[in-house]
Design a protein around this ligand. Structure first.
Ligand SMILES: [Fe+2]
Length: 227
């Protein structure tokens, strides 16, 4: 019986539709990017509501150290007909987790896919050609509009060619984990006893910075289109 070791970890949640007002109309083609994807990067937008909506799902993830999550400023991308995204990762900036929320995903849209890094090894000695290994180079999660994928920032991913007239819209972002120095081993993500109200205050580092008009954790290195 065939068995598989080393599966790729990611998390998939169905969280429903989120209203972004008219942010989509403000997205523009980024002249620094060599692609036609429209993005909200550089557009002022209050992300607090969106972040507060997705944060509970991050708090469901399994942690083994205490600490906090620092959400950098998200960005919306709009894929119109002919757009795609080359393979890339999100590790610059020191993030551990990244995510993609699928706001609009008409049937037949460009697909979000994770790269199976081991696939090239199977091909390197013709093993893949000779045997039936039931493995693939790209894994495409079965997502629909309103879904959220959370994944390790190092995972290489892409968006395939979008051939529809109707736009594909996603919101992506990165999360940096800040581990408490006290070395505790209880799961305290999501709990801040000193601040009533719970979640929004829990990620207070970033939310407060954003509310002040500043942003922490932005990837300011060479830009990519993102997904
Ligand atoms: Fe991406």
């Amino acid at each position: 019986m065939i068995q598989f070791c080393f599966p790729t970890v990611y998390w998939h949640f169905s969280i429903g539709q989120i209203d972004f007002d008219n942010l989509g109309n403000k997205c523009l083609i980024n002249t620094e990017w060599n692609c036609k994807v429209k993005t909200s990067r550089g557009v002022e937008y209050k992300w607090n509501q969106f972040l507060q909506t997705i944060q509970p799902y991050f708090l469901q993830l399994p942690y083994k150290k205490q600490g906090s999550l620092n959400f950098s400023e998200p960005w919306m991308n709009i894929y119109e007909k002919g757009c795609y995204q080359e393979p890339h990762h999100h590790i610059s900036g020191g993030h551990q987790l990244s995510y993609c929320y699928f706001s609009k995903l008409p049937e037949g849209s460009g697909k979000f896919g994770f790269w199976n890094e081991q696939f090239r090894n199977y091909c390197s000695n013709e093993l893949y050609d000779i045997m039936n290994l039931d493995t693939v180079e790209w894994g495409f999660p079965d997502v629909k509009a309103g879904d959220l994928l959370i994944f390790p920032s190092f995972l290489i991913h892409q968006v395939t060619y979008h051939s529809l007239d109707e736009s594909r819209v996603t919101v992506s972002g990165n999360v940096k984990m800040i581990v408490n120095d006290d070395g505790g081993d209880t799961f305290r993500y999501g709990v801040n006893d000193s601040v009533p109200g719970g979640l929004a205050e829990y990620c207070e580092i970033d939310l407060l910075e954003i509310s002040k008009g500043g942003v922490v954790g932005i990837n300011s290195t060479k830009p990519y289109c993102g997904s």
